[in-house]
Design a protein around this ligand. Structure first.
Ligand code: FE
Ligand code: CA
Length: 539
């Protein structure tokens, strides 16, 4: 989401911002990146590594960042932690590999341990560990913990996915996004952790790069964080560590496996591929992206196959839950072409209609369409970052669209929505973050044609904390956007979903006050999609 330095009174600001010059195409940047001085590849790191220290001593408790799990498969999960006795100051570990033991149990008291192992916390990866556990039973809850030297981590709880293609009568999860630390407390995570869920889906803006001076919440900072805008690896690491120190966020990770994808603020606001939207020159932006991607990998429960190589971190992937649901998780930042018309609110320019303008890159788009076409699941979710429904921003006047959303890349959007229609994909549901407000829409095969069919439903969830600067604006835009069925710009929280063979139910969970760490939670509205009937209705 664009920040306050962009049109301050969106959606009615005149579009007088000077267009940014995009100095580099994605291909040019990729070539440049390949010629940059490299950092060690995975293999080089492994080859030069001394034996891990089996008996490390720590200046302070080494697990202050808690534990996490993710990537649920029918036979396993990924377990994560990071040794960081001085979490806000680079981690505080000596520059040596350290042995970390892990165990998985069938009970929270670890009387019935089903697997144990040892892994290495590597200084190159900030002493983070990502353990791929396999051989577990499908659809089961497990508990896990780590130990290093004489220290033991907190305990986490996780759950494997149900058996592939097996009949499944219920799946419960929550999706969330946008947790600007400065904008409020994570009461939403404390309540999320108390839900009865199979997993959590996080759709981006896990951390914000902001310094205090460029935060959306500048005039209402609830809890200031140290440091300016993150740019170096150390700064991104310290920012992730700050967020991870929050006990409510730790509780949310420790309660369920998470499936994560990112948006822009894990690197910089509104970036596209190798292009900064805020004028950082390419030779500075590429190393910054490399640093941000590395810190992201180091702090999230991603599979080691997502380990970044050069300037890339492979993140798009697919998860199945029995015969009931398949989730295609997208990355609409890493391979995105520069905003054809700019990243802010403006009339659609001719360049937006260039079919080469892409949010996903060609390879990911083909993977998405092929995977949807091959799916046999009852429900097909597309979990991604930015609003896919058309959002016309100017009541009455000439049409304006927000260039950072799918509205900025309408031909690419039509290819996906047209495929949902032509290939008769079963019950497509798009899940979205980014804009710090709730928008529930019927997605149409072609928004340019009012009589075009409804092919999917989109749930844009609100933020955990991040501020929405225009809380009352949404409802004023409904007459311009009849396919949008519900909007709420006031609430912060998360969305809880329950899928059965007959219905998809989404409950909007709103916290009472994002500035209150003790805030309560309640359901502000509920929505249903029925099997085989495109379109959403209030429950
Ligand atoms: Fe955000
Ligand atoms: Ca965003």
């Amino acid at each position: 989401m664009t920040r306050h330095s962009q049109p301050a009174t969106w959606p009615w600001a005149p579009t007088n911002r000077i267009a940014r010059r995009h100095l580099l195409t994605g291909i040019g940047a990729a070539v440049l990146a390949l010629s940059l001085p490299g950092r060690p590849t995975r293999r080089a790191v492994a080859a030069t590594q001394p034996a891990p220290n089996p008996n490390p001593r720590f200046a302070a408790y080494p697990f202050p960042l808690g534990v996490a799990s993710g990537e649920p498969l029918p036979d396993g999960v990924v377990l994560w932690t990071r040794l960081a006795p001085a979490p806000l100051d680079g981690g505080g570990m000596p520059p040596e590999p350290v042995a970390v033991r892990w165990e998985v149990a069938a009970d929270d008291g670890f009387r019935d341990v089903v697997q144990t192992g040892e892994t290495v916390a590597d200084p190159f990866w900030a002493h983070s560990v990502h353990v791929e556990v396999s051989g577990l039973e499908p659809g089961r809850v497990y508990w896990y913990r780590f130990a290093a030297g004489a220290e033991v981590s907190p305990t986490g709880r996780t759950k494997t996915a149900p058996a592939t293609n097996a009949p499944l009568d219920r799946l419960r999860f929550a999706f969330a996004s946008c947790q600007d630390y400065q904008a409020g407390y994570y009461a939403a995570h404390r309540h999320l952790a108390a839900e009865d869920l199979d997993f959590v889906l996080f759709l981006g803006d896990y951390v914000y790069e902001y310094g205090p001076q460029n935060d959306q919440a500048t005039d209402q900072i609830v809890r200031p964080h140290p440091g300016g805008e993150t740019q170096t690896l150390d700064e991104y690491r310290n920012r992730h560590a700050l967020y991870k120190l929050d006990p409510d966020l730790q509780a949310s990770h420790a309660a369920f496996p998470w499936i994560v994808t990112w948006d822009d603020h894990e690197v910089q606001d509104d970036y596209a591929g190798f292009v900064s939207a805020h004028g950082v020159p390419p030779d500075a932006f590429t190393p910054r992206r490399i640093a941000a991607y590395q810190a992201y990998y180091e702090h999230l429960p991603l599979r080691p196959s997502a380990m970044p190589v050069g300037p890339d971190l492979p993140l798009y992937r697919r998860f199945g839950f029995g015969d009931l649901a398949e989730f295609s998780v997208l990355d609409t930042r890493q391979y995105r072409s520069p905003h054809p018309c700019g990243d802010y609110a403006q009339p659609r320019c001719a360049a937006a209609l260039d079919p080469a303008a892409t949010m996903t890159g060609e390879t990911q788009e083909a993977w998405l369409l092929d995977g949807l076409g091959a799916s046999t699941a009852r429900w097909n979710a597309i979990a991604q970052q930015v609003m896919m429904a058309q959002l016309e921003l100017r009541p009455g006047g000439r049409d304006e669209f927000w260039g950072d959303l799918w509205d900025g890349y309408p031909v690419a959007r039509n290819r996906i929505l047209g495929h949902l229609q032509k290939a008769k994909i079963a019950n497509p549901v798009v899940l979205t973050g980014d804009i710090h407000s709730t928008w529930i829409s019927d997605l149409k095969a072609n928004f340019a044609n009012e009589r075009s069919a409804v092919v999917a439903t989109e749930f844009v969830g609100t933020s955990i904390t991040s501020r929405f600067p225009f809380p009352a604006a949404g409802s004023l835009l409904l007459p311009e956007n009849p396919h949008i069925r519900y909007v709420d710009g006031e609430s912060r929280g998360y969305a809880r979903c329950e899928i059965t063979p007959e219905t998809w139910r989404t409950d909007l969970r709103a916290v009472s006050d994002v500035t209150d760490p003790e805030a309560t939670v309640s359901t502000s509205a509920s929505f249903l999609v029925e099997d085989g009937r495109p379109g959403v209705r209030e429950a």
